[in-house]
Design a protein around this ligand. Structure first.
Ligand code: PLP
Length: 369
């Protein structure tokens, strides 16, 4: 592999394909696969990830906002795209790009229906979201009848799917709660069938639920984090391959005498003659100040080097006193020898936040299969 010339996020499409196939194999063949590629495919690269997943046979994509969907359509993505959190100001763009809204309240459902009618749509596919305990977005079971009331009075929209989201599918201590959410959703599904006389697609599983509650796959599953190589569980992680590797290089090496200090506010003080290497990335790139002051390290020539001093906006310093290295050598922040989950934990966060936080100024480098 060529050496990094700057800070890069390498995106391994072979690992993505491996994860897709691994997760796919967990669900029955006739269950559809919705790949969640919001937030630049969790900080990776939305277009190349989407192209690869489309080629692999994903049935559906999901993103959070309309603008994310527009970008995918402009890049030639043709499979259905659901928008988790549409805003009515952009309904025009949504229809122009044939993006499918998730409608989570009576107000939004009525607004979209009126808009679709005005735009002379026929059977425009929409998704209805139910709240089964997350208490974030969604209708409740009691509202099924009034939802049907709206659908029955128009031919502009069609109920393509009904779904809900689990609050704690990775947490075994919350198993009873999760089973309660699933059974609540089963009741909703049964009520929908009674009212609508056909079964829309039904889905509640995210990545952890695909592994932990495979009996709840219904007719579609939604997977995000697993595609990028993380399963919220060490056992599941074993079967997945992290897609992103954040790499940089050593800009400069400083020789320190005992008593010399490093960086802003002098929080690190050398106890012995030390070698400190400077890296070109910082908290503006998503490596927050929490990772500074020896909370975690990085890998230089396969050896662990702790982050010393405060993380700066564009620079991080590491202690390489015991490592054979020179300016220009490659450094791995996460990926490869360093699991992103472990790195994230050192900053009191989760893989999702770490990987989605890699700034857009970091070059994405696509490694094809
Ligand atoms: C982000 C998101 C997902 C994906 O969850 P993962 O844990 O990343 O698999 C699924 N459903 C909804 C509603 C989401 O917002």
């Amino acid at each position: 592999m060529p050496k990094a010339q700057e800070t890069v996020l390498e995106i391994d499409l072979g690992a993505l394909a491996h994860n897709y196939r691994t997760i796919r194999a967990k669900i029955p063949k006739d269950v559809k696969f919705m790949a969640v590629i919001k937030a630049y495919a969790y900080g990776n690269d939305s277009v190349s990830v989407a192209q690869k997943l489309q080629e692999l046979g994903a049935d559906y994509f999901a993103v959070a906002y309309i603008q994310e969907g527009v970008r995918l359509r402009e890049a030639g993505i043709s499979i259905p795209i659901m928008i988790f959190h549409p805003q009515k100001e952009n309904f025009g763009q949504l229809i122009d790009h044939r993006l499918e809204p998730s409608l989570y309240s009576e107000k939004l459902l009525k607004e979209f229906t009126a808009f679709a009618e005005e735009k002379k749509q026929k059977d425009y596919p929409v998704h209805v979201k139910f709240n089964t305990g997350m208490n974030r977005l969604g209708f409740t079971e009691k509202e099924v009848e009034s939802i049907f009331g709206i659908f029955s009075k128009t031919s502009a929209i069609k109920l393509q799917s009904a779904f809900s989201h689990l609050a704690a599918s990775e947490d075994w201590k919350e198993r009873d709660f999760t089973l309660g959410q699933i059974s609540n959703f089963r009741k909703i599904a049964a009520r929908l069938l009674e009212e609508f006389n056909y079964e829309p697609l039904l889905h509640i599983c995210n990545t952890s639920a695909i592994f932990n509650y495979p009996e709840a796959a219904f007719s579609m599953v939604r997977s995000g984090i697993g595609l990028y190589g993380f399963g919220n569980d060490k056992e599941i992680d074993k079967h997945l391959k992290p897609v992103g590797t954040l790499k940089t290089l050593i800009s400069q090496i400083q020789q320190l005498e005992p008593g010399d200090t490093v960086g802003y506010n002098r929080t690190y003080k050398a106890e012995r003659p030390s070698k400190i290497a400077t890296l070109p990335l910082g908290y503006a790139d998503g490596i927050h100040r929490k990772y500074g002051n020896d909370k975690i390290g990085v890998f230089v020539n396969e050896q662990y080097a702790p982050i010393v001093g405060n993380v700066c906006m564009d620079i991080i310093m590491i202690d390489v006193t015991d490592i054979d290295c020179k300016e220009g050598d490659e450094v791995v922040i996460f990926g490869g020898p360093q699991h992103a989950t472990k790195f994230a934990e050192a900053g009191d966060t989760i893989s999702y936040e770490l990987i989605t936080g890699v700034s857009q100024r970091v070059t994405r480098k696509i490694i094809s299969e």
